[in-house]
Design a protein around this ligand. Sequence first.
Ligand code: F6R
Length: 616
Amino acid sequence: MCGIVGYVGPQAAVEVVGEGLRRLEYRGYDSAGVALVAKGGVVTEKRAGKLANLTEAISQRSDINDQHTGIGHTRWATHGVPNDRNAHPHVSSNGRVAIIHNGIIENFTRLRAELEADGVELASDTDSECVAHLLERQLDTGGDLADAMRRVCNRLQGAFTLLAVHADAPDTVVGARRNSPLVAGVADGEYFLASDVAAFISHTRSAVELGQDQVVTISPDGLAITDFDGNPAAGKHFEVDWDASAAEKDGHDFFMFKEIAEQPKAVADTLRGRFAGTGEISLDEIRMSDQDFRDIDKVIIVACGTSYHAGMVAKYAIEHWNRLAVEVELASEFRYRDPILDRSTLVIAISQSGETMDTLMAVRHAKEQKARVLAISNTVGSTIPREADAVLYTRAGIEVAVASTKAFLTQLVACYLVGLHLAGVRGIKFADEVAAIVTELAATPDKIATVLSGMQPVRDLAAAMPNADRALFVGRHVGYPVAMEGALKLKELAYMHAEGFAAGELKHGPISLIEDGTPVIVVVPSPRGRSVLHDKVVSNIQEVKARGATVIAIAESGDDIISAHADHTVFLPVVPTLLAPLLTAVPMQVFAAELATAKGLDVDQPRNLAKSVTVE
Ligand code: F6R
């Protein structure tokens, strides 16, 4: 979702800001723009579509070149269609203030009406443009850009990261944040502001996390932070522990292929050092005592999209290991149904980005109801972990492709660890029982590597069906959420109609979708697990085969019964039933990515999608 970059320093701002926007492309966008400021005033350029359109437009301009202060934006449309007019920056009526915005200003209708009543002509359909005009008005009443920003922010409702420049302050960028991400980068004599550190990682790893409701000013003299009332405030300094090369493709055509290949390492990194051998796992930050964990009588998992599917798998593991009721809920639905929760409820919020607005709002609702919140996130210092009572960070490294892969597997690992931690602390499992499962978990990175090395048949299958118009995914038990994840991957990457079902539900409706040749991907439970599950899936395969489906089965190595029924079988290494999603998800990812490639689509940045969804 929208990417934001600001720069002051000795370099050409258009270059630094342009590079930052390129590094933020993965967040998803449909237009882009820059504003540069120098003594002569503010100049802007903006274009709908990809960054290449903006770069081309800038190359035609003789007045955008050596300014040393600038802001840049990639927009993911919320208010107003994606076109040049609605792209950011937006400029005030006198042309002296330019702003960029990420988020939604909820009271913009009222603000817009007020401005229009005062004779202001708005040039776009966006909620954001109001801020440029409001800043101009505040500047007219006195004070500098930061003063104006504070006064304007106090009038805004909703979520926003804002950056502004002003013709009268050619060495300054002012930023502000509420419920939306903003981080500062500090280098020698130059300063950066951005939605995330990827934007300035090639310049500095020294970063400052901005708090909620803070205004920040960067100039060659330094960085100053206040709250919205002007009281001095401090940001939290941290060093970024990855570098620019981690954000490159490493020889792969798309980041997604690189990220799929990185999964054994991501899983191993997430497990590393987490298990003390006493049945306890080390959470990264805990503001909860062991007694708090013992007092829990219900778990509710909230998340969106792929993270929600990780939560669905977690339900099976946590309930089985703890005999504790677990609900899983889409974060976007959670607070609107008045859920029943109190101080003995543990809410687990899963979010790769740590910034998903739906999940953040669910966390806030849970905290208002006095529930304990544990965050599982891949982004250190992001908002959801900061607001949670306890945090377990996944260590997937930066995930650039919009479709989540390695983050998903590491979320599964984190969920397993949390389930085992609860079982240990609550005395439901002995330390040696926990250790036995952890040993199995520790063996999964090698098994995932084995899965990856056997993916050629999956690639061939995908490459052979670019013209398929639909696919069904089915599974039982933990295979059911994996089927849903497989369908989501195919939908988002290959723009195909794909649905994931519990295999038992097929005959209650979806089976009517099956025609001759319809691909049905079946996640088969281990025949060594509860044999009734395996037998039932065999029946389900027969049901769809009888109606003409082409069955691709994902089964455990040695499962000869399945290969006798399926058209194609992908065999995976043997793994305990509850841990199987760590392997079964991988062929789904490869299948979707290859099919999208065969269709000539942009695997990393599917249409209409954003990596970090910071609006509700
Ligand atoms: C799908 C995907 C999305 C995200 C969802 C939640 O591949 O990536 O469905 O999983 O937007 O994002 P986070 O985990 O950042 O809260």
